[in-house]
Ligand binder design. Structure first.
Ligand code: BMP
Length: 236
């Protein structure tokens, strides 16, 4: 499956780092900045998460060009946090996979992905469900965590998103999910979690945006994050 591809890229590069490429602004600037970042970060970054910010800035065609150019070097994750009825979910995922995305992030709470998971596997794409968001006010996720966890495990999502800012939930998800269901943790550095911390609690990958793409030296920042991740995993 496609997430096995991400795992092997991780082992190859000794990294668990996924870049959230949330560039917003003028089209030409964002396109060239995206290409620049992907051209310098290949030694440390294994996957690239693209969502509304970059897509609204550079358009679908712009995103398509980036995926085409870098598909052999990075694992591409579409993050539009889909939350719709089953037939729309399937149609949308098909378009995203045709664009070259390897995985798609969906919400779990509409409980509409039972058919989507096997459908996506048929397209050799993975589904990652949002289990626990990283921000403080995510009360509904906390209140319904057990239901969401059972649903995620039951439908066999390939991975879940759990905020790095909430390590106890990472630990819980790790205990409750199947081992081959991977945990993606955003919220590193700029939202307060330290690099490597989520991995210690059982996350498989860390998603980092601003701390890299807004850094004065993005390559140095990515290298430091990967070094912290390696230390965290080594200490275990
Ligand atoms: P940053 O590292 O700049 O804080 O960006 C975090 C990224 O992870 C953003 O793309 C955001 O949409 C995403 N994310 C998050 O921060 N928390 C969640 O709970 C789920 C997310 O997808």
């Amino acid at each position: 499956l496609s997430l096995a591809n991400l795992m092997s890229k991780g082992e190859e590069k000794g990294s668990r780092l996924i870049l959230a490429l949330d560039l917003l602004g003028p089209k030409d600037y964002c396109s060239s900045r995206a290409v620049y970042l992907l051209s310098i970060l290949r030694d440390y970054v294994i996957g690239v998460k693209i969502g509304h910010p970059l897509t609204l800035s550079i358009g679908i065609k712009g995103v398509l060009d980036i995926i085409k150019q870098y598909s052999s070097e990075y694992f591409f994750i579409a993050d539009f946090k889909l939350a719709d009825v089953p037939h729309i979910m399937k149609a949308t995922v098909k378009v995203l996979v045709d664009m070259g995305f390897n995985a798609v992030i969906t919400h779990l709470f509409p409980m509409s992905i039972d058919e989507l998971v096997p459908f996506s596997h048929g397209l050799n794409a993975s589904i990652i469900g949002v289990l626990m968001m990283s921000h403080k006010g995510a009360v509904l996720f906390e209140k319904n965590l057990n239901v969401l966890l059972d649903y995620a495990r039951g439908v066999g999502v390939d991975g879940v998103v759990v905020g790095a800012t909430k390590p106890m939930y990472i630990k819980l998800a790790r205990e409750r999910l199947n081992r081959d269901q991977l945990i993606f943790a955003p919220g590193v550095i700029r939202q307060g979690a330290t690099a490597g911390e989520a991995l210690k609690f059982g996350a498989d990958f860390e998603i980092v945006g601003r701390a890299i793409y807004e850094a004065p030296d993005p390559l140095l920042s990515a290298r430091r994050i990967v070094e912290s991740e390696r230390e965290a995993l080594h200490d275990q």
